[in-house]
Structures are given as structure tokens and as C-alpha cells.
Design a protein around this ligand. Structure first.
Ligand SMILES: [Zn+2]
Length: 309
């Protein structure tokens, strides 16, 4: 069955790059609606479906584009939260060009969605089953989708900074794993990159509280890391959000090796360009039980309670 929220939930914060105040509301939506973003600061308001074919390549975040010059940046963490809680239909209203960064993870979005409550809708749910491997490469980096009965995410990163280094993790996203293992992991970056972005008028809303900032072997953010391997967990969180832009739950194993937002979007484009590589599948109850949002509850977020402070 499809699902939406029981009631509207609001989030307030700042845009990571603009530093400007940003407000985001997630509203319930009818079955078959999907996830749609709306820029409420424009007249008339502009809507952009949360789908791979409305993504413009961007190095720093996932940028939605309506094709007429209206964009909305940094949608990946709220998309991951919606996918991780099994929300298929929602209208996400933002009052500016950027989604609020909150604490740099998906945990505040997840907490808000669970507080609003999940409403099941009397409509069948369709998933996208990957039928054969699809891969995109760029130098050493690659991203791949392969057939699997439920979503698995397998990620490797390799940074020269000793505070990050080489990290690898593989998770089956069924049974609330997204909430327990990934949702609270924050965006990370190097101090040198922050300095360069600031010089270019970016990351103006970035602080040591909404991003893990590293410098060589040192973690500059007070309180340190939430997980020893918080960096690779955050890359998996980003992948979860970027894959949610498929427009329906994916039944596939995703492998990312030093991949980023633009590469995961290229991967979805490659998948949907090949009609033999995927098919729609109406979910049986057994299949629904293996989707990332099945049966999730607030206690799955226990590990992030401290982050609410
Ligand atoms: Zn991210």
C-alpha cells in the first residue's frame, strides 16, 4: 500500500549555501501523487516533481530544476528521510531556493515525519525492479545497480584526510536499517574546501554543528563524530535520497565507489534509458515488508536522541 503523512509537519533552519533562513513543510498528498516540491516564494508557485529527470548535475548537492530556470537545491536529505520512512505521497513546500540543512543529517526530518505519523492509503504500491546490471564510471569512481530482492547499499570512499581515510559499508535497507544506521550521519567536508566555498559565496550557512569538518587527522566539529565511519554512512544516506528520485522504491543492489550526487543521477538516467534493464512490479505484502520504511517507529531513532539538543 502507498503511504502519506497523517498531518503537515514544519521544519525551520538555514540554507547550507545561502545561509538564509529556510522553511520547509511536508504536507499529506493523495495516492498516486508522488513526492512533489513546491517553491512557495515564487508567484505563481512553481512545482517540481521529485524525479531523476528534473535533476541538474551539481557537485555539491542534488539540485532540482523545473526546466524553466527555477531550481531547488539540497533535496537529498529530506528525500532520504521520506524514503526511509516509507512515505510515497507528499507535497514538500519550501519558501526559497534551498532546503534547510538542519543538523546536516536526515534525522530531524525523520523525527518530524514520525511525529506527524504515517497514514496508509488504500492504493497498491509499485516498485521498480532492476532486471540487469547498469553501471556508470568516471575515472576510478563508479556507481552500479544490480538485481536484488530489496534495496541494498554498498559504498566505498577513500579520502587522503586521515580523519576519514578509506571506509566501506554495506547494508540491507529493510527493517528500519536506514533509521538505525544512516539517518543521523552528517554531511562532511574539509576545512580547506569550506574556505574555498566561502570565497565563492557558498557554504555561508555551514557551521561546525551542521557539518563534520575535518582537517587532516583532526575532526574540528565539537563533540566529534556520531559514528566512527560517519562519512561513509552519510554517503549512503545521500545515495538513499538520490535513488529515491527514481520515483518509486527500487528493488536493487546499489554499489557506489567514490560516487557522488551527479553520478547517482547519471546511473538512474542510464537505468531508465534501457527498457530491458527494469520493470514495474506491484508490491505483494511480503515485498512491502522488505522496503526501507516498513514498520519503522520512533524507537528506531533512539541512537540519535542526543542530536535533538
Ligand atoms: Zn548529504
Amino acid at each position: 500500500m502507498q503511504a502519506t503523512l497523517k498531518k503537515m509537519v514544519t521544519f525551520g533552519g538555514v540554507g547550507l549555501h545561502s545561509g538564509a533562513p529556510a522553511r520547509l513543510e511536508i504536507h499529506p498528498a493523495p495516492a498516486g501523487h508522488g513526492i512533489v516540491f513546491r517553491r512557495s516564494d515564487l508567484t505563481p508557485a512553481v512545482e517540481i516533481p521529485a524525479r531523476w529527470d528534473h535533476v541538474t548535475p551539481s557537485k555539491l548537492c542534488t539540485l532540482m530544476d523545473d526546466g524553466q530556470g527555477t531550481t531547488l537545491s539540497t533535496v537529498e536529505h529530506v528525500m532520504a528521510a521520506l524514503a526511509g520512512t516509507g512515505i510515497h505521497n507528499a507535497l514538500v513546500i519550501v519558501d526559497g531556493p534551498e532546503v534547510p540543512i538542519l543538523d546536516g543529517s536526515a534525522a530531524p526530518f525523520v523525527r518530524g515525519i514520525l511525529r506527524a505519523g504515517i497514514a496508509m492509503q488504500a492504493a497498491p504500491l509499485r516498485a521498480i525492479r532492476v532486471l540487469r546490471p547498469v553501471e556508470v564510471r568516471e575515472g576510478e569512481a563508479f556507481a552500479r545497480l544490480a538485481p536484488a530482492d530489496h534495496l541494498e547499499i554498498d559504498f566505498q570512499i577513500d579520502f587522503t584526510d586521515a580523519a576519514i581515510g578509506r571506509q566501506e559499508k554495506r547494508l540491507d535497507m529493510a527493517n528500519g536499517a536506514f533509521l538505525r544506521e544512516l539517518a543521523d550521519s552528517r554531511t562532511f567536508c574539509r576545512q580547506a574546501d569550506v574556505d574555498a566555498m566561502r570565497r565563492n559565496g557558498l557554504a555561508l550557512g555551514g557551521t561546525y554543528l551542521n557539518a563534520v569538518v575535518v582537517d587532516g587527522a583532526r575532526v574540528l566539529s565539537p563533540g566529534g563524530l556520531r559514528h566512527r565511519d560517519e562519512a561513509v554512512r552519510h554517503k549512503m544516506l545521500d545515495a538513499m535520497g538520490d535513488l529515491a528520485l527514481a520515483g518509486a522504491p527500487l528493488l536493487a543492489r546499489y554499489t557506489g565507489h567514490r560516487a557522488g550526487h551527479a553520478m547517482t543521477n547519471r546511473l538512474l538516467r542510464a537505468l531508465f534509458a534501457d527498457p530491458a534493464a527494469w520493470q514495474w512490479e506491484t508490491c505483494s505484502p511480503a515485498l512491502e515488508d522488505r522496503l526501507p520504511g516498513a514498520g519503522v517507529a520512533a524507537y528506531d531513532l533512539v541512537a540519535t536522541d542526543w542530536a535533538a539538543a
